[in-house]
Design a protein around this ligand. Structure first.
Ligand code: NAD
Length: 262
C-alpha cells in the first residue's frame, strides 16, 4: 500500500518537467492522478498511459488552459466528478519571460500573472469546499526562489511568485482548522524545458554566451553549483501529503541549493 493509495490528485502543468515528476511520484505512492498541460497530443497520451501502466493507478488528462479561469474551474469539477474526490491539488503550471521592464511585452506580463498566479486562485476556490467537507486536503503551489528574492529582467515572474506565497499563506490560515494544508515549494534552478527556453533571451538581455548564462547566471545563484532535479522536488511534494507533514502549512519551502540563504 502506497502512502497515497486512497487519494486522488491533480497536478496542473504536468505534461513536462517538475509537474510530470510530481504526478509520477504521487502515482508511485498509489494516488489516482489528473494530469494537465499543453503540448503534443500523442506525447501527452503516451505519458498518461505510462503512468497507468507503470503504477497501476487511474490517470486522466485535462487540456484546460490555465490562462482561462472558467477552464480551471471546470477542470477541478471534472476531476472531482471522475474520481469521486479531489484530495491533493498541485498548482504547478508556469511560464517565464525574460526582458527588461521597458521592453517587456504587455501580453507576456499578463499571461505570466494569469498562468502562474490567477489560475491557482481559481483552482483552490473550486477544490477547497470538497477538501474542507472531507476534513482532509493538501494544496501545494510550485512557486520559486523568485518568491523570496528577485532577479533583474523577470518582473512578471517575480511578481507572480511572490503573489503565490501570499496566496499560500492566506489559504493556509483559512483552511487551518479543516484538515487542509497549503504550502509552496520554492525551487531554485531545476533543469527543465522552462529553464532551457530562457537561455536565449538571457543571452540577449545580458550580452552573454550560452555557457556564461549557465555558469555565471544560473548556477552562480546556487552555492551547491548543481541544478536541482525534478525528483527532488517531487519527493518534497510527496512528504507534504503525508500525515507527518500536517503541521506544515503556510510555508514557502526552498529547494534551491542554498540560493536564498545568501
Ligand atoms: P515546464 O515548461 O517543463 O513545464 C510547464 C508546464 O506547464 C507544462 O506542462 C506546460 O504544458 C504547462 N503549461 C504552460 N502554460 C500552460 C497553460 N496556459 N495551461 C496549462 N498548462 C500550461 O516547466 P517547469 O520548469 O517544470 O516548471 C513548472 C513550475 O515550476 C512552474 O510554475 C515554474 O515557474 C516552477 N519553477 C521552475 C523552476 C526551474 O528552474 N525549472 C524553478 C522554480 C520554479
Amino acid at each position: 500500500m502506497g502512502l497515497l493509495s486512497s487519494k486522488n490528485a491533480l497536478v496542473t502543468g504536468s505534461t513536462s518537467g517538475i509537474g510530470l515528476a510530481i504526478a509520477r511520484a504521487f502515482a508511485a505512492e498509489g494516488a489516482n492522478v489528473t494530469i494537465n498541460g499543453l503540448g503534443d497530443a500523442a506525447a501527452i497520451e503516451a505519458e498518461r498511459a505510462a503512468i497507468e501502466a507503470d503504477f497501476g493507478v487511474q490517470c486522466r488528462y485535462s487540456g484546460a488552459n490555465m490562462m482561462n479561469g472558467e477552464d480551471v474551474t471546470a477542470m477541478i469539477e471534472q476531476a472531482e466528478a471522475a474520481f469521486g474526490t479531489l484530495d491533493i491539488l498541485v498548482n504547478n503550471a508556469g511560464i517565464q519571460h525574460v526582458a527588461p521592464i521597458e521592453e517587456f511585452p504587455d501580453d507576456k506580463w499578463e499571461a505570466i500573472i494569469r498562468i502562474n498566479l490567477v489560475a491557482a486562485f481559481y483552482a483552490i476556490k473550486a477544490a477547497l469546499p470538497g477538501m474542507k467537507a472531507r476534513k482532509w486536503g493538501r494544496i501545494i503551489n510550485t512557486s520559486s526562489a523568485h518568491a523570496l528574492v528577485a532577479s533583474p529582467f523577470k518582473s512578471a515572474y517575480v511578481s507572480a511568485k511572490h503573489g503565490v506565497s501570499g496566496l499560500t499563506k492566506t489559504v493556509a490560515l483559512e483552511a487551518a482548522e479543516h484538515g487542509v494544508t497549503c504550502n509552496s515549494i520554492a525551487p531554485g534552478y531545476v533543469w527543465t524545458p522552462l529553464v532551457e527556453k530562457q537561455i536565449p533571451d538571457t543571452m540577449k538581455a545580458r550580452g552573454m554566451t550560452e555557457q556564461q548564462v549557465k555558469h555565471d547566471v544560473l548556477l552562480a545563484a546556487q552555492p551547491t553549483k548543481e541544478f536541482v532535479t525534478v525528483d527532488e522536488i517531487a519527493a518534497l511534494a510527496v512528504f507534504l501529503c503525508s500525515d507527518a507533514a500536517k503541521q506544515i502549512t503556510g510555508a514557502t519551502l526552498p529547494v534551491d541549493g542554498g540560493w536564498t540563504a545568501q
